[in-house]
Design a protein. Structure first.
Lengths: 411, 372
């Protein structure tokens, strides 16, 4: 479906390569003419919007700016990745540090224009790309020596943090690694190859999560889902190819995205039931599995999901129903809840109670529509990632694998 | 009684791997026991013994306020410098003997000390593999030992930076045991992030120290360590409330988070701390209060205690007898006063270490890296 269109876009990415340079030149020109544009959209965002426009038109642009959830996240991630890769290709400098800085600039530009949680996804993507670049450059440039120094920098335990020679600062080895030159053609090729692999991983993340559905959803089971999510939809459809089961969808008021989910499932001739959010507890005793998609997964294993997910998870715990959280890798963030201010975002209350309807009691009643729920780590049974399924206690290892840093480490 | 304790100690040491506790009763009865034990352990006097009294130097370091594990490392580093051993094996033997002497010299069992000594010996072995030439190896070890000493303060600063992000304005932080690392976190929160919060401290009634001068146990007596902690935190401008140990569960509903230090962190992610910590952890779990443990990585020990009994060994009858000073203790009355308890990993939310903020599950991987 939409994934074929992405490969069409891939064919057009040769335009994208020159597109970035052209847009960057134009923005620089405009900035010279009108200084106020310095705080507007940079070349990276222009590129991103251009890529998205080409596929989805006005709806995509609207989705980025107002966080309606109308945008397909995977589209956004792929487009952002293409922009970052172009930024890497157009960096004149060749050292790992400079490449990473170019990626960081392009990423920061896009993140400024995106609302939560998309800016977190792009941030994680930037971290992943930087780690890929660093490991490729080090592997090509310094053979074993620099790699070991890099490992030591990452290990950071109290014995190995001590400097190897007297007088060198503890971070010297990381600096040495960072300035390892990427002059050689092989290094450039290696970096591009690694980035292509990363693109492939990104492109296939949804299908790889969906492939695992046959291990979890069995015949004649009742699966409960919350609202609309493309990942969950693909997950269920993949399982439905080989077995019959029943799906119950909670409507996820006030956005009522569950209605769209029901329509999508019914189109594929699935046995689907729509319930109100208040009925979740009542129906939980008849449910075998709860399948959710979160928005961001935090470093302590807790998850941030749409409002209503916590209710569902608590009811599931009470009835000992396993909760599966489908997680594309870019949702894993190496931050803790107190560093995630978007957790307390509020949506416009107009969807709950229209402004006109409140004329009688406007001064005396406050209407809130929080966007997110925070699910503590012990409520999620299993995190289903594209690379496999893991319990929450393994997240620290995944975070280190993906981004190369201990969560919460300063700097 | 004395023979029983020493013989049982010896038999236990021979048979069990988890010989982490060596019960030396507090007070004057100690000296004979410790002398006989040390005489038995150091059967062959090493060359360095005459020139360098390990225990004296160790006690000097402790008196200067250095925490136990870094003090041990300093002593062992100095031993390397003074040693006349010609081979790595000879050096290791001397270091092992010195470690044993230090361990016996402390009246309370110190798992942090044992873990640090083991890590140091491991580090020696690893360095000897990296640097085959003995003179070079010795030089490197001395260098690193000196640098390790300087690292201790940075360890605490790092932990302070990690931990202060979890304290919010207006929080009530509950703590037990007066750990210096916890103080570093609170200090970072006040001085670097300018946060306002309150601290609730349990009196930390630690019997060996508070047994002197207690009146029938009716008047609460805090350990010296906790007293010093309260003084320091008050000096930061943070309001401190002291509650008796028995009031932990009652006060838990006012707490927003619990912050503890550790004597040791074991392989499963469980935390060993002063007795009373498990009370606090259980109350915190029951009331959904997060429990944070702050520990430097040199406190990570390769142990796997399965129950509270794996820690404690024997009893300390003397202190409680003071309750019955005016009358004889009833015949047959038994006393049990463990010094430490283990908090199982499922009660711990996060660990603040100098390697970063870890979940209990990540501890075993850290240990593998430490012991590589």
């Amino acid at each position: 479906m939409e994934l074929e269109a992405v490969s069409k876009k891939q064919g057009g990415s040769s335009e994208g390569r020159s597109h970035f340079a052209v847009v960057a030149a134009r923005v620089r020109q405009l900035q010279g003419e009108a200084p106020c544009l310095r705080y507007g959209r940079g070349p990276a965002t222009e590129c991103l919007l251009g890529l998205l426009d080409g596929v989805d038109g006005e709806g995509a642009r609207h989705g980025i700016e107002t966080n309606e959830g109308a945008l397909d996240t995977l589209w956004l991630m792929l487009s952002a990745f293409l922009v970052l890769r172009d930024a890497v290709q157009h960096t004149a400098a060749a050292s790992a540090a400079q490449l990473c800085r170019a990626v960081e600039e392009a990423g920061a530009d896009m993140m400024r224009q995106l609302s939560a949680p998309y800016d977190w996804y792009v941030g994680n993507l930037v971290s992943r790309v930087q780690r890929t670049i660093r490991s490729e450059v080090h592997a090509a440039a310094g053979a074993g020596e620099v790699e070991r120094a890099d490992e030591r920098a990452e290990m950071l335990n109290v014995w190995q943090r001590l400097p190897l020679e007297a007088g060198t600062a503890p971070d010297a080895h990381s600096q040495r690694g960072a300035t390892a030159s990427a002059d050689h053609l092989e290094t450039q090729v290696a970096v591009q190859e690694a980035l292509t692999e990363l693109e492939e991983e990104l492109r296939s993340s949804r299908t790889r999560i969906a492939k695992q559905s046959i291990e979890f959803v069995h015949a004649e089971e009742v699966v409960l889902v919350h609202g609309h999510s493309l990942t969950v939809l693909h997950f269920l459809l993949r399982a439905a190819k080989t077995r019959r089961f029943q799906v119950i969808v909670a409507e996820a008021a006030p956005s009522c995205s569950g209605h769209a989910m029901v329509r999508a499932l019914a189109r594929e001739n699935m046995d689907v039931t729509l319930i109100a959010d208040a009925s979740v507890f009542a129906i939980m005793s008849r449910v075998h599995k709860v399948v959710l998609e979160g928005d961001v997964i935090l470093a302590d294993g807790s998850a941030v999901g749409r409002t209503g997910a916590l209710l569902m998870a608590l009811a599931a715990q009470r009835h000992t129903v396993p909760v599966l959280l489908l997680t594309p890798w870019y949702q894993l963030s190496a931050v803790f809840p107190q560093d995630f201010p978007a957790l307390h975002s509020l949506h416009s209350p107009a969807t709950v109670l229209g402004y006109a309807d409140t004329s009688a009691f406007r001064e005396r009643v406050a209407v809130t529509d929080p966007l997110y729920d925070h699910l503590p780590a012990d409520l999620v049974t299993l995190f289903v990632l594209d690379r496999g399924s893991y319990p929450g206690s393994f997240l620290y290892h995944l975070l280190r694998d993906l981004y190369g840093a201990a969560p919460g480490a300063p700097g | 009684m004395e023979e029983d304790s020493t013989s049982s100690l010896f038999s236990r040491r021979r048979t069990s791997r988890l010989d982490v506790s060596w019960r030396l009763a507090s007070g004057g009865e100690d000296d004979d026991a410790s002398d006989s034990l040390s005489r038995r352990s150091s059967g062959r006097p090493s060359v360095a013994e005459a020139e360098f009294d390990v225990v004296l130097r160790f006690r000097g370091e402790l008196a200067r306020g250095t925490p136990m594990a870094p003090a041990a490392v300093h002593v062992l580093t100095h031993l390397i410098r003074c040693s006349r051993a010609e081979t790595v094996l000879g050096l290791e033997l001397e270091l092992r003997e010195a470690s044993q002497k230090m361990l016996f010299s402390t009246p309370v069992n110190s798992l942090a000390l044992r873990a640090a000594c083991e890590l140091f010996l491991r580090h020696v072995a690893r360095t000897s593999l990296d640097v085959p030439q003995f003179g070079e190896c010795k030089k490197r070890l001395i260098e690193r030992g000196e640098q390790f000493r300087l690292m201790v303060d940075t360890c605490r600063e790092r932990i302070g930076a990690h931990g202060e992000r979890f304290i919010m304005n207006g929080h009530v932080v509950m703590t037990h045991g007066g750990s210096r690392v916890v103080y570093a976190i609170l200090r970072a929160a006040v001085q670097r992030a300018h946060k306002t919060f309150r601290v609730v401290v349990t009196e930390g009634r630690s019997l060996p120290e508070s047994s002197s001068g207690s009146n029938h146990g009716a008047v609460a007596s805090m350990s010296r360590k906790t007293m010093q902690f309260c003084r320091d935190v008050l000096a930061l401008g943070v309001p401190v409330t002291v509650v008796p140990d028995s009031a932990v569960a009652a006060m838990m509903e006012t707490a927003d988070c619990v912050l503890l230090g550790a004597e040791a962190v074991v392989e499963s992610g469980a935390v060993i701390n002063q007795v009373g910590s498990l009370n606090m952890a259980l109350a915190a779990k029951a009331l959904n209060v997060k429990l944070f443990v702050a520990a430097e990585t040199y406190k990570f020990a390769r142990m796997y205690p399965l129950s509270q009994q794996d820690l404690s060994d024997g009893s300390r009858p003397t202190p409680y007898r003071q309750l019955f000073r005016d009358e004889a203790a009833p015949r047959g009355l038994m006393f049990e006063t463990p010094a430490s308890d283990i908090i199982p990993p499922h009660l711990v939310s996060l660990l603040f270490t100098d390697s970063g903020v870890l979940t209990p599950a990540a501890v075993s991987e850290e240990l593998i890296k430490l012991y590589q």
